[in-house]
Design a protein around this ligand. Sequence first.
Ligand SMILES: Nc1ncnc2c1ncn2[C@@H]1O[C@H](COP(=O)(O)OP(=O)(O)OP(=O)(O)O)[C@@H](O)[C@H]1O
Ligand SMILES: [Mg+2]
Length: 483
Amino acid sequence: MKPTVVKKILDALWYIANTVPLRFKIMGMVIGTAFIIALFTTLQVKRVMMQETMRQLQDVSCSVARELASRAPEYILVNDLFGLTRMMRSAVTNRRDLRYAFIVSSKNEIIAHTFHGGFPEDLLNVRNYPVNKSNGSPLMLNTNEGIVWDCAAPILEGTLGVMRVGVSTKRSMDVIHALLNSMLMTVTAVAICGLFFSAFLTWLLTRPINALLHATRAVRRGDYSIRVKGSSKDEIGELVEAFNDMLRRLAEVERLRKERESLRQEYLRRTIVAQEEERQRIARELHDQLGQTLASLRLDLRLIENAPNKNVMLERIDRLRNTITQEMDAIHDLVLYLRPSVLDDMGLVPAIEHYISDYVSRSGTKVDFIPIGFDSRRLDPLLETSIYRIIQEALTNIVRHSKAKTVTIILEASDQEIRAVVEDDGIGFDKKALHRKSMGLYGMEERARLLRGRLNIRSSPGQGTMIDFVIPVSGNMGVGDES
Ligand SMILES: Nc1ncnc2c1ncn2[C@@H]1O[C@H](COP(=O)(O)OP(=O)(O)OP(=O)(O)O)[C@@H](O)[C@H]1O
Ligand SMILES: [Mg+2]
């Protein structure tokens, strides 16, 4: 066979071995092992029994030949050939395996034999005569009755001829074959029982594995509610338990992910709505305020143009200047509302101080603001804006909900991170009892998370509220001193 053909056959066998289901592999293993053990045991038993039986029959043939040879002289010497034949026939009758006995004289003539239908001449020629004086070794003859061991023994040291006997192996072979047949039947019966037993064990073994497979497919489709049933306490039982535990955790993670996702979407929606409202407000301001003022300015210019004299003109120019000043103040307020310029101009700490003095202290709450490690240090604008908005939301909540008397804010900057704590002694709240979509708190957490930081809200009814967060500086844009 060419090597490529062998390789193809091996590949095909490997493919089949890999694709058949697990239970067939296990059952194949059991049946294959039972078959190999049965085959080798039977062959070995047969070999040993045959060897031993053949050896025994050889011994028997020679001992019978010697015995008959020792009894033959008393008949030959008195020329009692009839008695000799009768003695030999009675030996053949009494010993069931003894097929024949005959005496060949030193002249190579048959003196007596036990064959009823005439002596078969070819039997005479299977040995060379005369045999030497010692006992002849047994010779194996293949006859139509099966194997016969032929042994020759000299009579009176060969002077009276040779006694030859034939011992058949047929009966012993029949016994051996019957034994092997019954052994094969027993092995087959045991193998069938083993097959059922292994099928049952394989079913026990593969049932949870199939269930695990089914569950894994369900998980791949996104169904985390599925659970695998398993009652065994072995390794597979433990695997099933671990798998179910993993599913429980996955379901919990998925639930949290969905919750967070819906919060994020709600936050986004509200941010877009707020932006839109903001734009509408600015548009309204521009239309109502700036539009009106510009219209009145155009009117004032026409009035100046049509002034009857210089004094009236100067008076009208003065009025125009006042109107322009008022309008500049209004635009300044609008800009301030949109983004506190102090945050851009002076930095985070002055902006928070400004917000506290402007808004929080007006509510009567005492605020201790302790900035540490800032000096004239400036952070990246996005980092400053985010921290400002988080503290602004925390303070707005305190004013709106807490009824606190005192608030402490610690804001600490190091080279690596910004840490802050906002603590009030107000009424506190139960975070778990909150409506899910509380966007202010979520927005604070989200801002911290976007900057790779983390924010904790600790509060309980009657115990005040503490919000702390840490945001790394490195990797969140550069830090520099104000130039
Ligand atoms: N410092 C605080 N003291 C007491 N209760 C607070 C405090 N901060 C928040 N809460 C409670 O938590 C709730 C959620 O706050 P959150 O800022 O998310 O929403 P909100 O302030 O009600 O509305 P907004 O979305 O406009 O901020 C508040 O309604 C309030 O009951
Ligand atoms: Mg709020």
